[in-house]
Design a protein around this ligand. Sequence first.
Ligand code: FEO
Length: 172
Amino acid sequence: MLDVKMEKALNDQIVAEMYSAYLYLSMAAYYDGEGLSGFARWMRAQFGEEQVHALKMFAYVGERGGRVRLGAIDAPPSDWSSPLEVFEQTLAHEQMVTGLINKLVDLALELSDHATDNFLRWFVTEQVEEEDTADSIRQQLKLIGDNGQGLLMLDRELGTRVYTPPADSDRN
Ligand code: FEO
């Protein structure tokens, strides 16, 4: 049975993952508006991935006899000054999410909740990848600077991203 503190913390994290999804969908809209359909596609894939993160938590809370109670999702920003600023914010956002996951792990350990600690390991690993990917695209955008040709090439590359949710994406 899930401790009530852990249940609350996981419920909060479901909202945080849904906010991430919402943020990336908003970023997709920004890129669409800028005519960068590859970046937009990449962000829509990210939108899908974040929803899977929320669903994993949702399923886990239920499996442990907890109760999911959904909270409000804040409105994300909708304007950015440049394609680079979007990825600077993406990296900062993922670093913030890593901090949230680490706090969940701390709580699981404090409560000797080894099942939740084990469940969260997937997220710990995922955050390393999320930060690395965002940072790599941010660095490429920095190198590209004002070079329109370079931006279009990166747009084409990011447009090849296909995100297929795992068949059991609502399970942990
Ligand atoms: Fe669900 Fe991008 O972390």
